[in-house]
Design a protein around this ligand. Structure first.
Ligand code: TMP
Length: 237
């Protein structure tokens, strides 16, 4: 596998071409942003943790029958993934009220739902990733009805699997964001990353936040939280 030119640099990752047209290499950075890039910073060691955590969790999901883009970890920060065309939807599943849900609907953070919720945002930085419903997604031709159905099915299955796994680690999975992609044959696979940047993870005993909210909300102890959540994962995988 040969690393070729950089194709894209995002807020937290760089993406490189390879000598195989169907594969890419992602390289995880320590850079962190929040509020659509308004807040910028560095979380030392985050790239390594997010790379390794995302790969462990994607491998686990694959074993449970969820197709993903994950192929092979190359180094601490680099992973080979299948090249996909990203469906421009941020798919958010919630088990407990927090973040934008609490703000939008005036619900205290920590209120546990009877059943999980799902919502979509239009993945578009210029527009600030606006919330949309499936009718809007279809009108904008972001995905087909069949794709939306399979994305919802996978997203709830991912929730069931990860909620159970994190529970064994003494961690509550509050909510998370997923992205999906299309393979050349049209199959939908889980893409992007699953990490403390994209999930809310609370210590089940104390409620302590072990995720990027510590950075978003200037709570301190950011690096320590990322290390602690990775330690729990490695202990229980
Ligand atoms: P929210 O409550 O701010 O809408 O966030 C819901 C979940 O999505 C939370 O686990 C953090 C994650 N998330 C991202 O991964 N990327 C984003 O840009 C945002 C806003 C949230």
């Amino acid at each position: 596998m040969e690393k070729r030119e950089m194709l894209y640099e995002g807020k937290a990752k760089k993406v490189y071409a390879t000598d195989d047209a169907s594969l890419l290499i992602v390289d995880y950075k320590d850079d962190a942003t929040a509020f659509n890039g308004l807040k910028k910073g560095t979380i030392s060691g985050k790239g390594v943790i997010n790379n390794q955590m995302s790969n462990r969790l994607m491998a686990k999901l694959e074993r449970c029958g969820i197709p993903t883009h994950y192929v092979q970890e190359l180094s601490e920060r680099e992973t080979v993934v299948k090249k996909v065309s990203i469906v421009p939807l941020e798919v958010i599943v919630r088990n407990i009220a927090a973040g934008s849900f609490s703000k939008r609907y005036g619900v205290a953070e920590g209120v546990v739902f009877d059943r999980p919720t799902i919502e979509f945002s239009y993945k578009n930085d210029e527009l600030g990733d606006p919330l949309l419903n499936t009718y809007h997604a279809l009108a904008l031709k972001l995905a087909t009805p069949e794709e939306i159905a399979i994305i919802e099915k996978y997203a709830f299955r991912v929730n069931d699997i990860l909620k159970e796994f994190w529970k064994t680690c003494g961690v509550t999975l509050v909510d998370f964001k997923l992205e999906f992609g299309r393979l050349p044959d049209g199959a939908i696979v889980l893409a992007d990353e699953i990490s403390p940047d994209t999930c809310r993870l609370w210590d089940a005993a104390t409620g302590e936040k072990l995720d990027k909210d510590r950075f978003r909300r200037d709570m301190g102890g950011v690096e320590e939280a990322y290390s602690e959540i990775m330690r729990r994962l490695e202990e229980h995988l």
